[in-house]
Design a protein around this ligand. Structure first.
Ligand code: BEZ
Length: 211
């Protein structure tokens, strides 16, 4: 069944390049980013895994644990790691799940039979510390993901979890934000001491409150 925003992220046990894991234990109290790859030794996936490894410190800074998945074996993943290091210049520094029997792919609906019967699509799930799903993204095999966008959404999710704001089009960390309609003008004056611009009753802009 498809995973929807607000659903509890399914827990699972799996074999990975870092040994056996339980997903919830791996996440602990952190945010999580789970992403699937169609297959080992494929070009786009090779660049993506190098890309995630190169940005791992940026996920760490956001208290987010990353974990990849592909439907091949641990032995295959370990061979592939050498190519990732050689061609992308960064060694894998997070676990890659070996989902040979598709039990994780099935739990997260990562196989879309009308796209491909056996390979996973490029799914991304952001999971909050409460283990609820906060974001789902699905890309086709032919399109590599944009890691900057995943980090940007994490920034937005973490900001909006703590303040009564939402983030506008193309927002990035440090830009102005929108005060949610749940906050009255009167309350906004105290909650957002930097002030706000009222463009419409429903559209009030304020500097990012935690900057
Ligand atoms: C790739 O990662 O390049 C890829 C994987 C599966 C199908 C097509 C491309």
């Amino acid at each position: 069944m498809a995973i929807r925003l607000g659903d509890m992220a399914p827990d699972f046990d799996a074999e990975t390049t870092d040994g056996s894991i339980n997903f919830y234990d791996y996440l602990g109290d952190s945010w999580g980013v789970l992403f699937s790859h169609p297959k080992d030794f494929t070009p786009v996936c090779t660049t993506e895994l190098g890309g995630f490894a190169a940005r791992k410190a940026d996920f760490d800074k956001r208290n987010a644990k990353i974990i990849g998945l592909s439907v091949d074996s641990v032995a295959s993943h370990k061979d592939w790691q050498n190519d990732i290091k050689e061609t992308q210049g960064t060694a894998l520094n997070f676990p890659l799940i070996a989902d040979e029997d598709h039990h994780v792919a099935d739990l997260y609906d990562m196989i879309h039979p009308n796209a491909n019967d056996t390979l996973t699509v490029r799914s991304v799930f952001i999971i909050g510390p409460d283990k609820k799903v906060k974001l789902t993204l699905t890309y086709p095999a032919s399109t590599g993901r944009n890691i900057e966008e995943i980090l940007r959404v994490l920034d937005s999710l973490q900001l909006t979890a703590n303040y009564q704001v939402a983030t506008p089009v193309n927002w990035k960390d440090g830009d102005d934000v929108i005060i949610t309609t749940a906050v009255s003008d009167e309350d906004a004056k105290t909650k957002f001491p930097k002030g706000f611009k009222k463009l419409k009753d429903y559209l009030r802009i304020t500097p990012q409150p935690n900057k």
